[in-house]
Design a protein around this ligand. Structure first.
Ligand SMILES: [Zn+2]
Length: 65
């Protein structure tokens, strides 16, 4: 894992890479468009965020430390 990499999160719904500081904003944009999205975070954990229940997330791939 290269800790200096700029874009270390990825939206699997859009197939786009994001800086870890930008992914939350991107996720909010999906929510604003009433879309669910699947996001891979810095350490490789993949989480599905469902529109309609902001608190609900489903971890698809567990973090493997
Ligand atoms: Zn996206």
């Amino acid at each position: 894992m290269n800790a200096t990499k700029d874009r270390d999160c990825r939206c699997l719904t859009c197939e786009k890479d994001f800086h870890y500081l930008g992914i939350a904003r991107h996720r909010a944009a999906h929510r604003d468009k009433k879309e669910s999205c699947v996001i891979m975070y810095t350490y490789g954990d993949v989480v599905r965020h469902d529109y309609g229940d902001p608190e609900y997330t489903e971890k698809i791939k567990p973090i493997d430390w």
